[in-house]
Ligand binder design. Sequence first.
Ligand SMILES: Cc1ncc(C[n+]2csc(CCOP(=O)(O)OP(=O)(O)O)c2C)c(N)n1
Ligand SMILES: [Mg+2]
Length: 343
Amino acid sequence: MVQERILPVFDTAQTQITKEEGLLLYEDMVLGRSFEDKCAEMYYRGKMFGFVHLYNGQEAVSTGVIQAMRPGEDYVSSTYRDHVHALSAGVPAKEVMAELFGKATGCSKGRGGSMHMFSSEHKLLGGYAFVAEGIPVATGAAFASKYRREALGDAGSDQVTACFFGDGAANNGQFFECLNMAALWKLPILYVVENNKWAIGMAHERATSVPEIYKKAHAFGMAGVEVDGMDVLAVRAVAKEAVARARAGEGPTLIEALTYRFRGHSLADPDELRSKNEKEFWFARDPIKKLAAHLTEQNLATQEELKEIDRKIQAVIDDAVKFAESSPEPDPSELYRYIFAED
Ligand SMILES: Cc1ncc(C[n+]2csc(CCOP(=O)(O)OP(=O)(O)O)c2C)c(N)n1
Ligand SMILES: [Mg+2]
């Protein structure tokens, strides 16, 4: 018998979504899932190199948080599991795929690869491969928004930052240092812990003294909430509250989303450590199927409309692969370009 942490119950009746909003959430999650299924295929066909970490299963967190923000205006920082955050933030699928292929048309000009998606245009502060490395960067971005508004008098500088990281990262010192500063200075930031129960092969309960990460917010006088990370409507509801708090100048929130990755740690991991029972418990909670069921039950969408979205996304992904395959490699003469800002 698996002992799973009891997931917080969210009553969908509490949230009102329009058909348009529901379909947007569905489309964003399907984009993330299908894009990464294609990544796995391309990786095993030798089209991409190095480590590739997929986000399958965790889509409700990226979609629920980023769609509750102003994508393209608000800041997002990620980890090495960054493809789906980039897509939710609005980076075109073809630029993410080209980056994975190491091509010059990729969002990081082919210099980053899987773990280093970046887009200044989409306010994506980057994927970071060192565990917890994005936390101080995101905290700095939140500080900069507040500083521009309050010290430099730029009233329009009301951006909020979402900082995504894992349960393993929440044991790192930077997490505590940054939470302290963010609470002290009331920074406009959401610290979003994606608690998928594992840090490579280390079970969360074996690595931390208080497994309920959201409770650590209270030590800093910060709002801390837990949420079912397999329910996009629940994630979106807590994210909306946190965004409103941040934008109103009332400070940060620590959101702990209970979630699960449907694949191994990376595509090089045979995934032999996690028990069959545990996997089955979580596979049965697929966030995409859950939202699809809600939309059809509430007569917000028909099966046919959802299938139409699936087909549309498949075409986007096929185009992304064609674009990546036909794009040029970075020119060796430009090896040293983009190391420093040019203008
Ligand atoms: C500073 C640092 N230490 C160790 C590693 C090796 N490492 C890579 S991923 C990982 C596990 C992180 O787990 P978690 O934060 O829960 O994220 P998840 O992979 O579950 O999304 C570790 C220890 C690293 N990349 N950086
Ligand atoms: Mg983890």
